[in-house]
Design a binder for this molecule. Structure first.
Ligand SMILES: [Zn+2]
Length: 244
């Protein structure tokens, strides 16, 4: 317990100093980097423990498909989608023709599956997208809902995670997008290390996002700023509880 308090204190101190940069994806000082991924230093051992548990209990090879993502990377994805250079899909995985939509509608369609630059939980290094490498090659993973449900390639992994979460035995990890709450779509593959990400979540407020949008130009910025309160509530704050 003492160690836990000490860790929390250290994390809080880190937050006090540079939370704007860290929370909006403009800082990598808190990350541990390998050739394959960048993760928050303090989730390396919890994640390794989770990998071992998955191996032992269901013989899964739990691997990361997406970890830390920088502000610049998220901005690139955002601008590609708004400009029509990268496809935007609806809930049934059909491409959407955004040329017939109003700016606010385009923003909402994108935010269902992709975060605003400066507002992705992947900026924090505490959130990862995972798969079972025993079932599928990394290059074949699509990260779709169908992969995670009955008959899907990752059915076994996600049934196990469901059970572990219900027993509160996932080693501090949970799914922030466990349910469709009308904001970000259900993303079973996205897990988050709650002891740190909930601290970051509590620190992340609308002013921080506003600052991020004001200091850098991204496509549809004006319309985003006009609707910021709604977007912030619907797509950033509106997440599942750590117990779901
Ligand atoms: Zn994700």
């Amino acid at each position: 317990m003492k160690v836990f308090h000490k860790q929390m204190k250290q994390i809080n101190q880190k937050l006090m100093k540079g939370n704007y940069e860290l929370l909006t994806g403009r800082c990598e000082l808190h990350l541990y980097k390998t050739n394959d991924f960048k993760l928050h230093k303090d989730i390396i051992s919890p994640f390794q423990a989770l990998q071992e548990l998955a191996k032992k209990e269901i013989n899964a090879d739990l691997q990361i498909i997406s970890s830390f993502r920088s502000y610049e990377r998220q901005k690139h994805i955002w601008n590609m989608k708004v400009s029509g250079k990268r496809e935007i899909f609806d809930d049934n995985e059909h491409p959407i023709d955004i040329t017939v939509l109003q700016p606010k509608e385009i923003i909402q369609k994108i935010m269902r599956f992709s975060a605003l630059p400066g507002a992705s939980r992947h900026h924090w290094g505490t959130d990862i997208d995972i798969y079972d490498a025993n079932e599928c090659k990394k290059s074949d993973v699509k990260l779709t809902h169908n992969e995670c449900i009955k008959g899907g390639v990752f059915e076994k992994l996600h049934c196990w995670i469901d059970e572990k979460i219900s027993l509160n035995q996932l080693g501090g990890f949970y799914r922030p997008y466990a349910q469709d709450l009308g904001g970000v779509a259900l993303e079973k593959w996205h897990i988050s290390y709650a002891p740190i990400s909930s601290l970051y979540f509590n620190q992340y407020d609308i002013n921080l996002l506003k600052k991020s949008l004001l200091v850098d130009e991204i496509l549809l910025r004006e319309s985003i700023l006009d609707n910021l309160e709604f977007l912030f509530k619907q797509y950033i704050q509106n997440i599942s509880q750590t117990t779901t």
